[in-house]
Design a protein around this ligand. Structure first.
Ligand code: NAI
Length: 301
């Protein structure tokens, strides 16, 4: 109680500056929602071209948000986009992002690369900085195995597209402090998300449950029990899902869907996650869904 020293702890609402490492699909969305919430954002990636692409996609998305808020007021729309995008500073130098209250990692899904990054951040960042990973499939505790500030580390798992999807999974690492947990939950709320909490388990809540559903839908289609359209209509109108399972797979990317199922199988041994020949075949043929113009359905590129 009284003898506790709070000087190094991040108090609630203390997160004013956020660094996002990795400016791809997820990182650019995370940077965007933090900037929309009025926070100062550093966005770090490996090459200037990648940062240019990230900035362009953020600008486009901010325009869409601004048009919704300000409808037919072009000046206000421009002002909103300008203000929010000016809060995002981009750099290829990690050290430009180390002086932050929170760092969210959204780089490649590789354990050793993530570990290296976190070890470096642990050394470079001031004591109060909270470190978080947006990983979908790697154990949070393993990612942080080499860092000292284990009390200030955890998972912040966003969903694609980040500016649209309302959920954030806050993953408790083994040694996360209550202060860190509260700060993460508060921050999630501040960027407009509803937060749920999950232990460091394979797939966390959403992917662990979506996996068997998606796998069974693929097997149903593979067996020819029903047409793809009927499977999708069935789950939309019968279960109230906004997208059917095959449409969702096209949207997520069949390669990502396959990857998630493989990891869940490796980690849980549950046969429901076993590889599905139809999915393997489509991935091998490059039918990855919306991003390649064809998956279960065809799309205009
Ligand atoms: P992405 O490939 O679009 O973006 C990754 C970015 O990180 C690239 O721009 C790359 O240049 C950069 N990068 C790689 N190594 C780096 C390093 N050492 N330092 C700085 N930047 C580096 O990948 P995406 O889809 O955004 O995924 C990123 C993370 O988010 C992964 O851990 C993934 O599991 C997780 N995630 C992905 C979701 C999805 O639907 N794609 C959903 C939720 C989480």
């Amino acid at each position: 109680g009284l003898t506790r020293n709070f000087s190094n702890s991040t108090s609630l609402n203390a997160i004013k500056t956020v660094t996002v490492v990795g400016g791809g699909l997820m990182g650019s969305g995370i940077a965007q929602v933090a900037a929309q919430a009025g926070q100062n954002v550093n966005l770090i990636d490996l090459k200037p071209e990648l940062l240019d692409t990230a900035q362009k996609s953020i600008q486009n998305n901010l325009h869409r948000v601004a048009r919704k808020i300000h409808k037919d007021a072009p000046a206000k729309i421009e002002e909103y986009v300008k203000e929010a995008s000016e809060r995002i500073k981009v750099s290829t130098n990690l050290e430009d992002g180390t002086n932050a209250d929170l760092i969210v990692e959204a780089i490649v899904e590789k354990l050793d690369v993530k570990q290296q990054l976190f070890n470096r951040l642990d050394q470079l960042c001031p004591e109060h900085t909270i470190l978080a990973s947006n990983t979908s499939s790697i154990s949070i505790n393993e990612i942080g195995a080499g860092i000292k500030r284990k009390n200030k580390f955890g998972g912040l798992h966003f969903f694609n597209p980040v500016p649209v999807m309302r959920l954030l999974e806050v993953i408790k690492s083994e040694q996360m402090s209550e202060e860190t947990y509260q700060a993460m939950m508060e921050w999630g709320k501040s960027v407009g998300k509803t937060c749920i909490t999950c232990k460091d388990t394979p797939g966390f809540v959403v992917n662990r449950l979506l996996g068997p559903y998606s796998a069974e839908a693929l097997r149903m289609y593979e067996r020819g029990d029903a047409s793809k359209e009927d499977i999708d209509i069935g789950m939309k109108l019968g279960a109230g899902y906004p997208m059917g399972p095959l449409e969702l797979s096209d949207y997520t990317g069949l390669d990502t869907n396959k990857f998630v199922l493989n990891v869940l199988y490796e980690k849980t041994g549950n046969p429901v996650f076993k590889s599905i020949p139809l999915l393997d075949k489509m991935v091998a043929e490059g039918k990855l869904g919306v991003k390649t113009g064809e998956g279960f359905y065809k799309y205009k590129k």
